[in-house]
Structure formats: structure tokens, C-alpha cells
Design a protein around this ligand. Structure first.
Ligand code: CAA
Length: 257
């Protein structure tokens, strides 16, 4: 089915999803949610794709869940449809997803970026959880993920006051991996995604799984999980090839891409 609220393209082995509701600053209504999840799942299942980039416009990555769509909803409606639970499917995508964030990443926009595997921010990026200012709280994981990423004090302040963080503060706090000039954001995110997509795909996917495990388990269980997965990698041709290429001083030719 065609997409109406996002643009979906491939750039080499990278799948690119661009939010495209400029008049609403890419606010995430039910259709946007459905389309992003569908597009990401399709890329995940596509053997020609090795990594995914999600981006918005220079003014807004996404200014949050769609307030106008949510405003009339009743409790029973939100409960019965389990509002926002479909986003969980995005976190089950096994290939890496990079959020390339310029402009506003507020409320659900910040939460969508945090569902991705890492965030590259433009120098004009602004992150925030302003739900408190409209009488609610984060509902797409913000109270949990922001707290894990930037710590309790900053997350609590942001969720309780709605204060925004600029790109510098976001980098300092560990929310984003790095900052690039706004004009170079997409090119840089595609370059990073393209690099990942050239590695052994099972190794990439196992690495993503292991890092994510750090957020779900104890340190000793996490280290044990890592070791088991590390051992399993010796069943891959790509481990033999990668290590042989190092010794032979040549570029590895990974089979499982
Ligand atoms: N939902 C619906 N429409 C939105 C929107 C949102 N989250 N954010 C912006 N828009 C719309 C505006 O209503 C406006 O539409 P009209 O032209 O039809 O009036 C258009 O986008 C442009 O917005 P502004 O005129 O407000 O642009 P601005 O540059 O003056 O301000 C802004 C930008 C500071 C981001 C401001 O738009 C804003 O505060 N947006 C709402 C941010 C917010 O509260 N996000 C949290 C939403 S709740 C949530 O996300 C829950 C959750 O946890 C999942």
C-alpha cells in the first residue's frame, strides 16, 4: 500500500524513511504511526537493506503525537485501542535504525527518536517532553527511555517542566551520539548507515541485540548473554573472513550482507 505521510526510499543498502506532514510539523497521528512501522518492517524483511534511517525536516523531526487527534479521545478509547502500543513493533526491528534529528523532537517525536538505535542530531535540534504543559505525560516510552539515557534528575526536570534541551546539552547528556551541521545531517546519517550496512549482517544484528539487552537485564546476565552471542559468532563465515582479511591486510568481503 502506498504511503501518504512519509517518503520511503532506498539509498544503496540503506532504507530511508522521511516524515512528511510539514503543515503539522510531522505530528505523529495514527496514520503516521502505521506507515512508519510498516515501512520499517518492510526494510527489516528486505535482504538488500542493511540499515534504516528515520528523519524529518530541517524545522521538525516530529513535534509530538497529534494533539488534535488525541484531544477528543476518552479513557475507554485509549485503553481499548491500547494507544501507542503499535510503536512496540518498531523496537522489534532487528536491523539498526538511526534517527537523524533536526529541529523539534518533542513529546512523541523525542520518544520516536529514542526508540531508534542511536540519534545523530543537527546543531538546531531541540529535544523535549512537553506533555505536562498540555495536561498529560509522555505516553510513547519517554518517562522510561529518557530516564535511562540522561539519568533521573534531567529526565525528571524535563518531564515535569517541559523544558527543551538543545543539541549541545543532548550530546553532553548522552541522548545523542553526536552533532553535525544541519545542512549535512542527512548525508552524514546515510554515510554512517551505509557503513553499517557493509558489515556482516548477522554480526550487526547480534550486536544491536546485545547492546539493547543492557537496558533489559542485570550486568552479570548481560555480560553472560554477550559472551554466548560472541561465541556463536564463530559459527559465521564472516568471522573467518573478517579475521583472515585483517591478517592478510585486505578489506573483508563479508558474505552475509
Ligand atoms: N499535534 C498536532 N498539531 C501540531 C503539533 C502536534 N503535536 N505540533 C504542531 N502542530 C501544528 C500546529 O497546530 C500548527 O498547525 P496550524 O498551522 O493548523 O495552526 C502547525 O503544526 C505549526 O505549528 P506552530 O504554529 O505551533 O509552529 P511554531 O513554530 O510556532 O511552534 C512548536 C513550534 C513549539 C513545536 C509548537 O508547534 C508546539 O509546541 N507543538 C506541540 C508540542 C507538544 O506539545 N508535543 C507533545 C505532544 S503530546 C505527545 O507527544 C504525547 C506522547 O507522549 C506520545
Amino acid at each position: 500500500m502506498a504511503y501518504e505521510t512519509i517518503l520511503v526510499e532506498t539509498r544503496g543498502r540503506v532504507g530511508l524513511i522521511t516524515l512528511d506532514r510539514p503543515k503539522a510539523l510531522n505530528a505523529l497521528n495514527a496514520q503516521v504511526q502505521d506507515e512508519i512501522v510498516r515501512a520499517a518492517k518492510a526494510f527489516d524483511e528486505n535482504a538488500k537493506i542493511g540499515a534504516i534511517v528515520i528523519t524529518g525536516s530541517e524545522k521538525a523531526f516530529a513535534a509530538g503525537a497529534d494533539i488534535k487527534e488525541m484531544q477528543p479521545k476518552t479513557y475507554i478509547e485509549t485503553y481499548m485501542e491500547d494507544m501507542f502500543s503499535d510503536w512496540d513493533a518498531l523496537t522489534r526491528v532487528r536491523k539498526p535504525i538511526i534517527a537523524a534529528v533536526a529541529g523539534y523532537a518533542l513529546g512523541g517525536g523525542c520518544e520516536l527518536a529514542m526508540m531508534c538505535d542511536f540519534i545523530i542530531a543537527a546543531d538546531n535540534a531541540r529535544f523535549g517532553q512537553p506533555e505536562i504543559t498540555i495536561g498529560v505525560m509522555p505516553g510513547m516510552g519517554g518517562s522510561q527511555r529518557l530516564t535511562r539515557f540522561v539519568g533521573k534528575s534531567k529526565a525528571m526536570e524535563m518531564c515535569l517542566t517541559g523544558r527543551m534541551m538543545d543539541a549541545e546539552e543532548a550530546e553532553r547528556s548522552g541522548l545523542v551520539s553526536r552533532i553535525v551541521p544541519a545542512g549535512e545531517l542527512l548525508e552524514e546519517a546515510l554515510k554512517v548507515a551505509g557503513k553499517i550496512a557493509e558489515f556482516s549482517m548477522p554480526a550487526v544484528m547480534m550486536t544491536k541485540e546485545a547492546v539493547n539487552r543492557a537496558y533489559e537485564t542485570t550486568l552479570s546476565e548481560g555480560v553472560r548473554f554477550e559472551r554466548r552471542v560472541f561465541h556463536a559468532m564463530f559459527a559465521l563465515d564472516d568471522q573467518k573472513e573478517g579475521m583472515a582479511a585483517f591478517s592478510e591486510k585486505r578489506t573483508a568481503q563479508f558474505k552475509n550482507r
